[in-house]
Design a protein around this ligand. Structure first.
Ligand code: PGA
Length: 244
């Protein structure tokens, strides 16, 4: 299974010229690495990233609709037409704005139909000693994949991001990440069968940095979804290096 690292720049950096510089430096520093590299900049900065063959270009969201009177929305087909081949969908920062799993499922179908690989984000808000979080993860995954046909699963990636570990001081404990990856595979197998479930790359996201990447890479993950550290080319390249 090919390893993959995805940069989620969120609403950063401030200017196009800065985006160009970061992308250029990441390109230089990741030239010899084997993992797939995806950069998801804010949409106006797509050209800063799309001129490099080193990266895949990713969007941070897609519309549920194909086209029409939907002010402010951008469809998966429109994104595809400017070279976008990945999309982050259902990030917790969008769910916090009211995006439900039902909407996330519609967006996932829209992206996959347009042949955009979907990085579906899921994760619990908190961990409970009694294991309640497993039910939360399972329900969120089932609901976010409602109506997504098995034929599309080959282009599906799941990013496991426990909410309390995003933008935090430290990442989740490695053994807990390993356990979550196994659990997510089990839920995917319930939905799509074992074979299809095994083709899905499961990533970890939440405070991945240059100091913890090697350890987390050993937790059975197929890669990382990286926020803050993806704006620092040196840190990002070091994280990418851990994915052998
Ligand atoms: P972080 O963000 O790496 O800054 O914790 C991860 C994410 O939000 O995807």
């Amino acid at each position: 299974m090919r390893k993959i690292i995805i940069a989620n720049w969120k609403q950063n950096p401030g200017k196009f010229i800065q985006a160009k510089k970061i992308a250029g430096d990441i390109k230089k520093l990741t030239q010899k690495l084997t993992a797939d590299v995806v950069i998801c900049p804010p949409a106006p900065f797509f050209p800063a990233v799309s001129d490099s063959k080193r990266f895949f270009l990713g969007a941070q969201d897609v519309s549920t609709q194909k086209e029409g009177a939907h002010t402010g929305e951008v469809s998966a087909f429109q994104l595809r037409s400017v070279g976008v081949s990945f999309a982050i969908i259902g990030h917790s920062e969008r769910r916090a704005l009211g995006e439900t799993s039902e909407i996330v499922a519609q967006k996932t179908v829209a992206a996959l139909k347009a042949k955009i690989a979907t990085v579906l984000c899921i994760g619990e808000k908190e961990r409970h000693n009694d294991g309640t979080h497993w039910g939360v993860i399972s329900r969120e995954l089932h609901a976010s994949l409602a109506g997504v046909p098995r034929a599309f699963v080959k282009d599906l990636i799941v990013a496991y991001e426990p909410l309390w570990a995003i933008g935090a001081k430290s990442a989740m404990k490695t053994e807990d990440i390993a356990e979550s990856v196994i659990f997510i595979k089990k839920v995917l197998a319930e939905i799509y069968g074992t074979k299809a479930a095994h083709s899905v790359r499961i990533l970890y996201g939440g405070s991945v940095d240059a100091s913890n990447a090697v350890e987390i890479a050993g937790a059975g993950v197929a890669g990382f979804l990286v926020g803050r550290a993806s704006l620092s080319p040196k840190a990002f390249a070091k994280i990418a290096e851990s994915l052998k």
